[in-house]
Design a protein around this ligand. Sequence first.
Ligand code: DQA
Length: 151
Amino acid sequence: MSRLIYVLNGPNLNLLGKRQPQIYGHETLADVEADCRKAAAEYKLDLRFHQSNREYEIIDWVHEARETAGGIAINPAAFSHTSVAILDALNTCEFPVIEVHISNIHKREAFRHHSFVSSRADGVIAGFGTQGYRLAVMRLARLIDEKHASA
Ligand code: DQA
């Protein structure tokens, strides 16, 4: 199994650090990427890190990942609550998928309580702030190692 992982980010996460810092914190997406790269290096994983405000771009990265990667960590942001298309794309993937939310979506408005992606995710991390991304990378490393050991 590939040791390449994708970390994908949905709409408005390009504004991390500036956007509602009382909810999402002061770290920028560049900080998050740097932390994910550090974690990936610790676990000897290769990493692709992307963000888009366009649903189709996220779907295209999932399609790319399904051919080459060993896992995906995804914060679909608002698309979590609306996108059957991203769920369908993830359902074409055989590898582990970890869903990340910076905030605890269950403590927020009712419309954030349901995520389409959660029905495919092997694990969901919510409310750990931006540290959730590092935890997702760690979990993907463990799942990839376990698959290698059982192969
Ligand atoms: C989010 C939570 C979503 O409800 C919201 O639309 C986001 C970010 C989070 O990381 O907490 O954009 O996914």
